[in-house]
Design a protein around this ligand. Structure first.
Ligand SMILES: [Zn+2]
Length: 68
């Protein structure tokens, strides 16, 4: 059994195994690119990782105003 992840940089499928020393990146190049993005501060950090495919998040339920 092998786990396949997507390279955060180029989205290529990467087999999560000792054979892929740069996982989750497909290569050292992609890893360095990602680190560079982080260093440049241009990498938007989502509140939840791996949610690129999500649409709009559901809003929390409105709190009923029973206090009045
Ligand atoms: Zn890659």
């Amino acid at each position: 059994m092998s786990i396949i992840v997507s390279c955060p940089t180029c989205r290529q499928p990467v087999c999560w195994s000792p054979a892929a020393p740069f996982r989750p990146f497909c290569s050292e190049r992609c890893r360095l690119i990602d680190l560079g993005e982080w260093a440049a501060g241009s990498y938007a950090i989502p509140a939840e990782p791996a949610s690129q495919d999500d649409g709009a998040l559901p809003l929390p339920p409105a709190r009923p105003e029973t206090d009045a």
